[in-house]
Design a protein around this ligand. Sequence first.
Ligand code: LLP
Length: 427
Amino acid sequence: SRTVARGADGVVTVGGLDVRTLAADHGTPAYLLDEDDFRTRARAWRDAFGTDADVYYAGKAFLSKAVVRWLHEEGLNLDVCSQGELAVALAAGMPAERIALHGNNKSSDELEHAVKVGVGHIVVDSYQEIDRLAAIAAGQGVRQPVLIRITVGVEAHTHEFIATAHEDQKFGLSLSGGAAAEAVRQVLARPSLELRGIHSHIGSQIFDMAGFEVAARRVVGLLSEVRDEHGVELPEIDLGGGLGIAYTSEDDPREPAEIAAALAEIVRRECAAAELRAPRLSVEPGRAIVGPTAFTLYEVGTVKPLEGLRTYVSVDGGMSDNIRTALYDAEYSVALVSRASDAEPMLVRVVGKHCESGDIVVRDAFLPADLAPGDLIAVPATGAYCRSMASNYNHALKPPVVAVRDGAARVIVRRETEEDLLRLDIG
Ligand code: LLP
């Protein structure tokens, strides 16, 4: 992140603070989040899309009350996909009308609650949900704004588990199969629902703009079909999130301004060709805002050379604080941050302390050959989908998130304690 620097003594500082001090004060593992970097990235998205568009931060990447306040202050909206995320958003004072609710199987309770608090829109994902939500809104005597999540049928070039716009997966209503058009009919026929527009999310950790461009074209294509069939011009489209970030030096991410310009141009061109009024655009970046802003600080516990293979470096966390390597074959880098070293680089695998050999944080990396227990190492770009997917496997205690700004550190999510674990275990 922006304010991470390495001093002459080889010690890394973040926001002006020495990682050794941070480790002593907050323990390890810990996620260290650079608040200025977060705010700068949030603003870059908002400014790139301008006043004719809305940026909804995808809370699933990482959500806490502090983050919600920063987003509110920086003029972003929020995408939540569960009642828990909604609770955090409301507790931190995000106005309900700036929140969108997602999910392929929202419960009736979640829908009831979202309608009651007045979320800005709900993205519907099935015929059953259209029925359910229409009844709930009618019961509360309100007209609920909705978008319809469609599947545009593009193959996003990313890991299978996080691609979402090909036909054979659980999200959305198929454009080519006609389910999307049928959903439009069903929503328009419900007086308690107000159809605001169409939503598409093609997947995550994507670098190639072509997928977004095809999605934008197909979404506008549906708007024009809706106009022809129903005489209604839908006022909004949401093209989801998914922009990739650099986990290693191999990745070359696009800037928000680039994606904003490309999407705006396609929407403008396609709308002009179809003689449609250009709809209001929204996007839902999660990873691209929070991912690069944090790194995980670990303490080295053991260093075990395997002759002719590599050296296994065990840290005090693992798959419970970063499941992405095990789950998606995600690639990370790692660096020694608590001192300088002139030692030769050695091939390492950074592993955790969990009871399985798949517990890998960084599969292949180089660290100085004099690495020793007590050294601090950092894994960058762990702001997204690490704390939010953390688990208590082996009764691990989830690490804290420490926000650093202007030379001051503030715990925004505290470390779990044994009492936290035992409180839920009621015997
Ligand atoms: N909008 C919708 C409807 C989504 O489903 C997602 C992510 C986003 C926006 C935000 O996508 P982003 O900009 O963060 O890529 N756990 C996986 C990622 C799952 C993404 C799920 N949906 C990972 O660690 O890579």
